[in-house]
Design a protein around this ligand. Sequence first.
Ligand code: NAD
Ligand code: SSN
Length: 571
Amino acid sequence: MSLVALCTSSRIRICPRLLQRVAAAASSTHSAANYLPGGRFAPLTGSKAAAVSLSTSAIAKMPSMPKGILKQGQKEDLKLKNPALLVNAAYIDGEWHKRAPSDSSTFDVFNKATGELIGAVPNCGADETARAIRGASAAFGAFEKPGSWAATTGKQRADLLTALLRELTANAEDLARIIVAENGKSLSEARGEVVYSNSFVEWFAGEALRTYGHTAPAPMPGVVNVVLKQPIGVAGLITPWNFPAAMITRKLAPALAAGCTVVIKAPAETPFSALALAYLCERVGIPKGVVNVLTCTKGEKEAAVGKALCESPYVRKISFTGSTGVGKLLMGQSASTLKKLSFELGGNAPFIVFEDADLDKAVDGAIMCKFRASGQTCVCANRIYVHESIYAEFASRLAAKVDRFKLGHGLEEGVTHGPLVSERGVAKAQEHVERSVAHGAKVLVGGKKGEGLFFEPTVLADVTRDCPMSDEETFGPVAGLYRFSTEEEVIALANDADVGLAGYFFSQDVSRCWRVAQALQVGMVGVQTGLIGQNSVPFGGVKESGFGKEGGRGGIDEYLQEKLIVFGGLQ
Ligand SMILES: NC(=O)c1ccc[n+]([C@@H]2O[C@H](COP(=O)([O-])OP(=O)(O)OC[C@H]3O[C@@H](n4cnc5c(N)ncnc54)[C@H](O)[C@@H]3O)[C@@H](O)[C@H]2O)c1
Ligand SMILES: O=CCCC(=O)O
């Protein structure tokens, strides 16, 4: 029995920190994950992976987490090269407010791994939202009013976005450290997120130059038709915590490129990335009122901010990324003013491994797809369907690789996965494991809650239709493996969902690849890959995963509206 196993299985009380070090040493093959652009892990590879015994206890690698609870109340020093990036004030109409102007309230934000206090930010509500909307509306101005944002040229906006990109790049390491602290992901993933996040600013700086309209031939003489694209006006941007920077830039950059002004409602869990972005926007000279960031707690305050944005006649666009339930609520609230909407909502991605798949690629794809951001990604594989003829082999290889993850504080050397973002997230992961086991699933690796917000990366075998992930996103590090027999059967299973964001499959048969890719009822398909998000492609779903696309050629159109100008009497 290893020292780690001995300590964890016996009643010997050993300093948790030491135990963690021993665990890390015992798992020296847990090399640091290579990150790829987009915050992705290059999978751990090598024959040793398959050789790891499934009985190795993942608990041995659990971090010594009481430290999180013990440190609660202590103020964390993020050790930023540029401490000014850690802003603890909302940004409303070009003014920084350390407290909500209406009632002076603030709320605390904690490090997800340690429980240390990162800082306090204002708890904004309807009043602050109205101020921000007024500021954004005034800054937008009018097309005929020189000096207003609406009257800027694409070239001017492209130059500002390029300057912003330079600042974001220069401060990339600090921005990654802020993400680690407030979100919990590992430093390598956070660095990847910053690259991904910045790539949207780069892409849309280019797109600002290309908001082409067109002319249309008229059927009658003496008429010329011109179709212009104009910015829609003030946009309300509501984003989640799982990619605290990238989910904002994927909206902010096209909005600014198009000529819109914005009011961002930052997520309660991760407001600091949003505020750092606003700070850099101000620094590069984006005019007062063009970018506003509101921070607020979950519950009543976020609902008040959301309602004020949706119901304001001055806000012409809402772009939301989050759960399907909240999306439906916001859609209802936006009905009275008939706003243009883009909704990136929940997913429940099928991930299919056919009998003719390259198993190494399929396992690596599953690792990247399922465990990125510890499973807290809307495009994460949620239902992994494996052909019965390769099921045992795939399960064993996947479990072996997951067993080699290193869980811990995102800034610690070699850590591949951090804590989840909330107790609600941990409870959901645990519930999915317990309910699946009650339906006959077997835990191959992981399966347990750790201290604080940690949950062991988990692989479950023998998952069936009755298990919760069949219908609900786990949004946590639990990979459930289903068995299937035929292509027809698995397509029906994959499409048996109200949502349709992403789907993935592995096969080496080109005809099957085309057939299955067409058949999957999702907005995005990964064929022989577990990674799909890039700045140059349209990201978005079908069914109850929402509508509208972010990124790609059409991403800027979400913030533009066409105007037809008919010139008559020309003969
Ligand atoms: N499709 C995508 O691109 C994408 C990306 C990330 C997350 N998601 C989805 O988001 C969900 C997980 O995130 P979550 O639990 O934070 O989702 P959530 O819907 O609770 O929260 C998302 C955002 O909406 C805000 N919000 C919540 N209630 C609101 C209200 N009444 N009015 C206005 N704003 C409100 C939150 O403060 C947060 O900023 C998952 O379902 C996931 O699939 C989707
Ligand atoms: O979670 C949502 C976004 C994930 C991605 O952009 O790849």
